[in-house]
Design a protein around this ligand. Sequence first.
Ligand SMILES: Nc1ncnc2c1ncn2[C@@H]1O[C@H](COP(=O)(O)OP(=O)(O)OP(=O)(O)O)[C@@H](O)[C@H]1O
Length: 255
Amino acid sequence: MIQIKSLYKSFEDRTVLNDINFTFENGKTNLIIGQSGSGKTVLMKCLVGLLTPENGEVLYDGRNLITMGKKEKKALRREMGMIFQSAALFDSLSVLENVMFPLDMFSNMTYRERIKRAEFCLDRVNLIDAKNKFPGEISGGMQKRVAIARAIALQPQYLFCDEPNSGLDPKTSLVIDELIHDITTEYNMTTVINTHDMNSVLGIGDSILYIYQGHKEWEGTKNEVFTATNQRLNDFIFASDLLKKVKTEGEKENR
Ligand SMILES: Nc1ncnc2c1ncn2[C@@H]1O[C@H](COP(=O)(O)OP(=O)(O)OP(=O)(O)O)[C@@H](O)[C@H]1O
């Protein structure tokens, strides 16, 4: 579980995050949604320690990231897995070597153990057959699955995904969403996903934080999105053709 309390972040005299309070829960896919420029990325960066907020607390199961020492921070970083917008794989390394990379860097495992663990993770994302291929030889969706395998290699407690579906077609996005959701429950991780994708909101929004101009405008679950009365959330949802359709149909059924 990650709790943020009274989080403030500004750049020069411009407040970008304003008094955000939220709990990202274990075993759940926690989504941060909001318009472009609302502060999602800045929030994610504050969560992982790439930016330091002026005020507030970021508590990793009670451990405050803002005040902890360097050593503790380093140890905590090893409990975090990250998936970036681009899969960010090393082109010159094979799929297997890419997944082994964090193990090579941060574990005390023997070479044999590292191979075994990397193969296990590749198997989990259904890519064991592609282990000897290079990133340039596989599709964008497969690259994302390699990135997921790499992110879980060190068995993280906390998983951060920045726009995991960017650049993917809707069907492949669904596969990636389901995979992230499944591994989150399976390993009881606290997963935080930054997304614009309304399919993701509907599909895997176990817990949703909607940010509007740097403040928490609404929180709830995918099931509550349909019945929410928050006007700004509704405007945001209605900007998506998909949800416009689903919500209108839902309202018809309730009549
Ligand atoms: N390093 C920085 N210096 C100054 N302003 C910044 C910096 N990083 C972000 N901002 C500003 O903070 C605001 C929030 O940006 P952020 O990137 O978090 O938005 P976002 O919700 O992630 O948008 P998008 O969905 O387009 O990625 C924006 O107005 C942005 O210009």
